[in-house]
Design a protein around this ligand. Structure first.
Ligand code: MSP
Length: 574
């Protein structure tokens, strides 16, 4: 393996920065890297703290492999991240940033291109679009769509590598192990077993965790001194880095049991489709190192001194599925610690969508086409359903019948019905009731009114607390609960029979619609607008601050009865 040429650097200005850095710019080649014992990873500032004032709130999705088309599981990941971004904007952080994109290198893509008889680049150019189209179709308010084949990303990855090498965290060694192309990872011998493939009758060696086939590989490649980071990683987990905590337990257990150094390159004769190791074209950088750096690329890495925060780094939340926790919660923070880069504040992990209790996956073939689902049920209905029923700590089973059930119950018969009944029952008096309500001139409350008003008053802070602790599902459940409660309240107070009770009851229902209309924005941006437009809520009064009970005397001039949530086109489970 060729030693890295001293003084070479992927980025011209970065070379100048390095020259003035506290490290002398004398590169150790991989073979002469410092022995592990001399490396002392620094302690680091605690993660998972409050967002840094003045820094854009920065959220990421995982970047998607382009070897196959997107499915509903990918849509779910995107929607969670988008809901978090829109929430930050709703609470006033107008410069919140959302990054999504595609993971285009590695053996998996190389093999997919080979199978299709295409150049890898051509395959990427064709397939990345499907993910970008999906983000657009689902109303994902992303700020940048990254592709790992972009030149700027290549520069960032090579610079990142050079810095690791410069600091002595990379060495070469012979590596033997079981590699899964599908999972793009090595597994230790204790984590694979033999398994009979029922379709062929052949016995294969597969990963115990994912069931994916592995192949034996024996090669010399570059290693990262991951083992040096056991203690700092265990410290990191104490700060609430991983959400929900259920996932942290497994990671803490496995890191406590010991960390092996990580193989971070593959011989170029086997893996050509990737970023070459700087100064050594015989080796290609491991696709996960390449992929993880995407989060830095778009924050402007390599940062000029002191500029990382201005551009967004560190990320506030990386949203990831449970199958990629180890990459984000072990490898990624260790790589960043090696370079003394600030750590992401939080990794938000979600469970998987299953079909008949089996993970929805392109390799299994049991996937739901997200474009068809969005088309059939509507963007907001899908967003609502995925967040309401998708689980963070567990898996959720996907079924069209559930989408229809939730839509009918909470939206069509719940919120939509409530809005239309209240308007009908008020007989044109909605504006009077709203004005009286905001000025405290309504008839005295009954105990039913008081109980319901207490719930309404508490709603925004409950939603905020769940959103701020990265639990959009719990936040949406609060909104669903108030819609159900509002229907019961409306029914119990019988405003159509009692002209005195009517005023307060209808005011409270108008507030329910207005407040839920605002709070639903991150989840159902289009419907939220329709709801607020229907009640003529001033566009300047649609932020989280305006979601407070009784805070807006200006809306509801002449609300029109209309079907906010029309019948879905299909009633059966086709
Ligand atoms: N390319 C890597 C991520 C690199 S991030 C630096 C990758 N890509 S992926 O296309 O396989 O998966 C992207 C995301 O989709 C992951 O978070 C994964 O967990 C998620 N999902 C894939 N199948 C899923 C379900 N069935 N359900 C929910 N999410 C699913 O991993």
């Amino acid at each position: 393996m060729a030693a890295l040429r001293a003084g070479t650097c992927a980025l011209p200005w970065a070379g100048r920065f390095m020259a003035s850095n506290r490290f002398s710019w004398k590169l150790a080649s991989c073979k002469t890297a410092l022995p592990a014992t001399t490396i002392r990873p620094r302690r680091f500032a605690t993660a998972a703290s409050e967002p840094t004032p003045g820094k854009p709130y920065y959220i990421t999705t995982p970047i998607f492999y382009v070897n196959a088309a997107p499915h509903v599981g990918h849509l779910y990941t995107m929607v969670i991240a988008d809901v978090l971004k829109r929430w930050r904007v709703l609470i006033g952080e107008t410069d919140a940033q959302l990054l999504t994109g595609t993971d285009e290198h590695g053996m998996k893509i190389q093999q997919a291109a080979l199978a299709e008889g295409m150049e890898a680049q051509a395959l990427c150019d064709r397939n990345y679009k499907k993910f970008e189209d999906l983000a657009k179709a689902a109303g994902i308010d992303y700020d940048y769509f990254i592709r790992t084949t972009e030149p700027a990303h290549k520069d960032a990855v090579q610079y990142f590598w050079e810095m690791l090498q410069h600091r002595g965290f990379i060495y070469t060694a012979k590596h033997e192990g079981w590699y899964s192309v599908s999972d793009e990872t090595f597994y230790p011998a204790a984590q694979v077993h033999k398994s009979l493939d029922p379709t062929t009758g052949h016995t294969r060696t597969v990963s115990m965790e994912t069931g994916k086939e592995v192949e034996w590989s024996s090669e010399t490649n570059y290693h990262f001194r991951l083992s040096a980071f056991q203690e700092p990683l265990l410290d990191l987990y104490k700060t609430g880095f991983i959400t929900p905590t259920a996932y942290a337990h497994n990671i803490v257990k496995s890191v406590s049991e010991g960390l092996q150094d990580l193989s971070i390159s593959r011989p170029a004769e086997r893996l050509t489709w990737g970023i070459p190791v700087p100064g050594d074209d015989t080796q290609t950088i491991y696709v996960w190192v390449d992929a993880l750096v995407n989060y830095l690329t778009k924050a402007g890495y390599p940062f000029a001194p002191g500029q990382g925060a201005r551009l967004g780094w560190p990320a506030d939340v990386h949203v990831v599925g449970k199958d990629i926790v180890r990459f984000h919660c072990v490898y990624w923070p260790a790589l960043l610690m090696a370079l003394d880069l600030p750590l992401p504040r939080n990794v938000l992990v979600h469970g998987h969508w299953t079909i008949n209790r089996e993970k929805m996956s392109k390799s299994t073939g049991n996937v739901v086409n997200p474009f068809f689902a969005l088309d059939r049920f509507g963007v907001d209905t899908m967003r609502f359903f995925l967040i309401l029923q998708g689980e963070l700590a567990g898996d959720a089973n996907y079924d069209n019948a559930y989408i229809i059930r939730d839509y009918d119950k909470t939206l069509r018969n719940g919120l939509g019905n409530l809005a239309s009944r209240a308007i009908g029952c008020a007989k044109g008096e909605v504006p009077t009731y709203i004005a009286n309500g905001a000025e405290g001139k309504l008839p005295s409350p009954t105990s039913a009114d008081t109980d319901y008003e207490t719930q309404l008053r508490e709603l925004p802070s409950k939603v905020a607390s769940h959103m701020n602790s990265l639990n959009p599902r719990a936040a949406l459940q609060e909104i669903r609960a108030i819609i159900e409660l509002g229907n019961k309240y409306f029914h119990n107070t019988s405003p159509w029979e009692n002209p005195t009770a009517r005023q307060r009851s209808i005011y409270n229902i108008a507030e329910t619609i207005r407040m839920t209309g605002i709070l639903l924005h991150p989840f159902m941006p289009t419907k939220s607008k329709e709801i607020l437009d229907m009640f003529q809520v001033n566009p300047q009064r649609r932020s989280f601050a305006s979601a407070e009970y009784g805070s807006d005397p200006t809306y509801g001039e002449s609300p029109k009865r209309r079907h906010l949530f029309p019948r879905l086109p299909f009633k059966d489970n086709e």
